[in-house]
Design a protein around this ligand. Structure first.
Ligand code: 13P
Ligand code: SF4
Length: 359
């Protein structure tokens, strides 16, 4: 039963003490989050993975790319454990390393030497990947002078990239790329989308010449469900409602909202509101429900009336958490995530550039 699992997790955690740190993403279910030593967005969790060198193991309650990132940033002796190996991310899977390599080769045919700076010292393209991508993609980015971003620092990272390159190749999330670049004043005509099934990604050489941000065709299946109609309805039914959405939502939804920001931005906006306020939130429902429970002074609801959890985040069941913790008690490291050595070096470089990038 749920209570038995709760008791088992607590007992194993107590026996392990400081030997283990449990990190949990905001989208994790309540029965998991309550056991986490640290709860945060993907940027905060990347920092948290670096910050506990004393722990033998980091149990990462989130999805696969986050556990890979934790492995890259934690110490070499530390084991990063993903309680359920099937907890992936459909968006991360949309940037396939072979397709990305092929894209880069085709771009080199248009732009020439990809490493050669022009008269202003800018190379033709800086690759930028959203955290939500495989370690292989982060490694690709690191090898080609690029950088990682999260939804909480995408603008800072794009500024870093524009200081070094004429344009950015952004993957996998077209929406985060478009919403961020648009907010920085990049016109939509200068943001072609690369379709890996078409020659030159389906763009003309002129479009690629004029481009500032080349978008990859990925998206988040949770956030793309939010609509402008839902926002209109929320405004009609709750005059004065504050609408905040995640930047993985489509552009029209971000434009129609009052604000957009990462999961931690949303949390801070709610916790910082001094007057009782009605909030309509466009992000994963587990986070919205927790924010509603933790902030009873406000009225908080999810824009999508049909419950929309991230199905892969949800695969971290407390049963798996109990299983990996009890494994550690018995001396077994189960479900360890290890990034291969050849990928780890450049991937770490791309992550370290992000951690060092300042607004
Ligand atoms: P953040 O934690 O960066 O807000 O990202 C949300 C997300 O989709 C995680 O998978
Ligand atoms: Fe991936 Fe979207 Fe789930 Fe985040 S919410 S893990 S981007 S599918």
């Amino acid at each position: 039963s749920a209570e038995e699992l709760d008791v088992r997790v607590r007992a194993a955690k107590e026996r392990l003490g400081d030997r283990v740190k449990i990190l949990g993403h905001f989208y994790q279910r309540e029965e998991v989050v309550r056991h986490a030593d640290y709860v945060g967005d993907s940027f905060q969790l990347a920092n948290a993975a670096k910050a506990h060198p004393e722990a033998e193991a980091i149990v990462f309650c989130g999805v696969h790319f986050m556990a890979e990132t934790a492995d890259l940033l934690s110490g070499p002796e530390q084991a990063v454990i993903l309680p359920n190996l099937a907890a992936g991310c459909s968006m991360a899977d949309m940037a396939d390393i072979d397709q990305v390599e092929e894209c880069w080769e085709q771009l080199a045919e248009v732009y020439g030497d990809m490493d050669a700076p022009d008269a202003e010292g800018l190379v033709p393209v800086i690759p930028v990947t959203y955290m939500n991508s495989s370690a292989a993609i982060k490694g690709f980015v690191g090898r080609h002078g690029g950088i990682v971003c999260t939804s909480s620092n995408a603008q800072t990272v794009l500024e870093w990239a524009f200081a070094r390159g004429r344009r950015v190749l952004f993957f996998p999330d077209q929406h985060l790329g478009r919403n961020t670049a648009k907010a920085m004043g990049v016109p939509l005509e200068q943001m072609p989308m690369w379709n890996p099934r078409k020659p030159l990604g389906g763009a003309t050489p002129e479009e690629l010449e004029q481009s500032r941000v080349i978008l990859w065709h990925g998206f988040c299946s949770v956030h793309r469900r939010f609509t402008v109609e839902q926002i209109d309805k929320a405004r009609a039914e709750h005059p004065g409602v504050r609408v905040i959405v995640h930047p993985e939502c489509p552009m029209a939804v971000v434009d129609a909202a009052d604000e957009s920001g990462s999961t931690d931005y949303i949390r801070r906006a709610i916790e910082g509101a001094t007057e009782p306020t009605t909030f309509a939130i466009g992000t994963e429902v587990n986070l919205v429900q927790r924010l509603a429970a933790d902030n009873p002074q406000h009225t908080i609801f999810c824009l999508d009336p049909v419950v929309c959890p991230c199905s892969t985040m949800y695969r971290i069941h407390p049963g798996y958490l109990a299983w990996v913790l009890e494994g550690l008690v018995a001396g077994h490291v189960l479900n360890r995530i290890t990034v291969p050595q050849d990928v780890a070096g450049p991937a770490r470089l791309a992550l370290e550039r992000m951690l060092a990038a300042k607004p």
